[in-house]
Design a protein around this ligand. Structure first.
Ligand SMILES: [Zn+2]
Length: 83
């Protein structure tokens, strides 16, 4: 199975590459560019919009294509929360 690639850009606060997606509530959310163990965010195209779907822990277990929200991994996440 090939993994789709998405456009990435550098985080505004740290050197990480992130993918900008929209949450199911319509808010912009940066997601780590690379899938990671323990990730719980699945990127799906929905109505032409790259959407970040949060997968419940039970269903996320053992999956290798899930990413982490960059809000969780960014060393400057405090700045994100203040926005
Ligand atoms: Zn960052």
């Amino acid at each position: 199975m090939s993994t789709p690639t998405y456009p990435t850009e550098k985080c505004r606060s740290c050197p990480a590459q992130v993918i900008w997606a929209v949450t199911e509530r319509g808010k912009s959310m940066p997601v780590d560019a690379e899938p990671a163990a323990g990730g719980n965010v699945q990127l799906v195209e929905r109505y032409g919009q790259l959407t970040a779907v949060v997968v419940p822990v039970k269903r996320a277990f053992g999956r290798t294509t899930l990413r982490k929200s960059h809000l969780m991994t960014c060393p400057h996440a405090d700045e994100w929360r203040r926005r």
